[in-house]
Design a binder for this molecule. Structure first.
Ligand code: 3PG
Length: 305
């Protein structure tokens, strides 16, 4: 059977090689569309039984074109790019690869934070992380990696996650909080790790940003959709001490960069999961999951049940 790997942002070559070995080793054929357009994906998917993507959009048009498709694996955590209802309507199993790229994202969070608070290494005196407060907004796989690394920097860490018991956080040395108000008002740095869902879209805006203590910094390596972008712009205007760091640029990024060049820091392209290690972990997991599903319907990480 044919398995399509369609990634606008390509995996590292070493990961592609591993994916090829898994797919061909199971007797399937790899179809590779890297840096392709949506049209390239739609054309290539016609006779494929499996599809591996990253943040690439998989919607009705793609499912309609995919006559043989049985399984889609999002090589990564967030699957807001995949229309789950359409997948189910087309009888396609959708899975993600939880945890496989979390460390890469967490390392980028800390790297961007240091770049910001050291004033982009411009020769002026910055500040340190030791002893500062960090609030982790959602204590999932990435949030836990951020906490592990931030502990090494000697930060005081709190986390908010209604799905995680206090005992679990306490065992990790993390202070559990139970409301966004608590999280934002008690931590100078807040790092976002919530998924983009109907509940979270636009949920972080002026009201929460204004609660941050003096010299507050919000870090977003999650999804741009969780930010209320108009509220962010208003908060930037209202609070000259507030800074915003994102691996997922808001639509108004150019305007913010022009107005507040020292108070925002954005990657040119989403880079959190873009390491060889994360590509290998998530890419190989995705390839193995597609192969297992095509063999006997394996669906441990199915998200459209
Ligand atoms: C994820 O959800 O796994 C991350 O946001 C990484 O996304 P990417 O594969 O597009 O880099």
């Amino acid at each position: 059977m044919k398995i399509l790997v369609a990634t606008e942002k390509p995996f590292a070559p070493v990961a592609v090689q591993g994916i090829r070995e898994v797919i061909e080793g199971a007797g399937h054929e790899l179809v590779l569309v890297e840096k392709g357009t949506r049209e390239d994906m739609i054309k290539a998917i016609a006779d494929c039984a499996g599809l591996i993507v990253r943040s690439d959009k998989v919607d009705k048009e793609v499912f309609d074109a995919a006559k043989e498709l049985k399984v889609v694996v999002r090589a990564g955590a967030g699957y807001d790019n995949i229309d789950l209802a359409e997948a189910t309507a087309h009888g396609v199993c959708v899975m993600n690869t939880p945890g496989q790229n979390s460390n890469a994202v967490a390392e980028l969070v800390m790297g961007m934070l240091i770049t910001l608070i050291r004033n982009r290494y411009n020769g002026t005196s910055g500040t340190e992380l030791l002893g500062k407060t960090l609030g982790i907004h959602a204590y999932g796989a990435v949030g836990r990696c951020v906490a592990r690394i931030a502990k090494g920097f000697g930060m005081k860490i709190s986390a908010l996650d209604p799905w995680v018991k206090d005992e679990v956080m306490e065992a990790d040395g993390i202070h559990p909080v139970h409301s966004v108000e608590e999280l934002y008002s008690e931590n100078q740095y807040v790092s976002l790790h919530i998924p983009a869902t109907d509940e979270t879209r636009g949920s972080v805006g002026k009201r929460l940003i204004e609660m941050l203590p003096k010299n507050g910094v919000l870090i977003n390596a999650a999804r741009k959709e969780v930010i209320d972008e108009a509220g962010l712009a208003e908060a930037m205007e209202a609070r000259p001490d507030f800074r915003y760091v994102a691996d997922v640029k808001p639509a108004n990024a150019d305007e913010l960069e022009a107005k507040y060049p020292e108070r925002v820091l954005f990657t040119p392209k989403k880079m959190g999961a873009q390491t060889a290690e994360a590509n290998i972990n998530a890419g190989l997991a995705a390839a193995n999951q597609v192969v297992a599903h095509l063999k006997d319907g394996w669906n441990r990480f199915q998200v459209n049940k």
